[in-house]
Design a protein around this ligand. Structure first.
Ligand SMILES: [Zn+2]
Length: 76
């Protein structure tokens, strides 16, 4: 099982099925405004600066945003 924990408060955000016990980091709903404030820039600008493709998903796995690299990759 993969335990996704908030990188700010360490609250468990969710679990994902897996053969291995692992911990992945995410951000909980309560800490997301803190993360955005610390970035000092709009979230989309931050995501677009990342070279790796990044998808932002909700709990139900619905994609709500993608950075420039992901948009480029998915447009192929
Ligand atoms: Zn948190």
């Amino acid at each position: 099982m993969i335990r996704v924990v908030c990188c700010y408060c360490w609250k468990q955000v969710k679990t994902l099925p897996s053969e291995f016990d692992e911990i992945s980091r995410g951000v909980c709903d309560r800490c997301l405004p803190l993360m955005v404030r610390e970035l000092g820039q709009p979230m989309q600008n931050y995501l677009d600066e990342l070279k790796a493709p990044v998808l932002v998903v909700q709990d139900n796995a619905r994609v709500i945003s993608a950075n420039a690299a992901a948009r480029k990759l998915l447009s192929r």
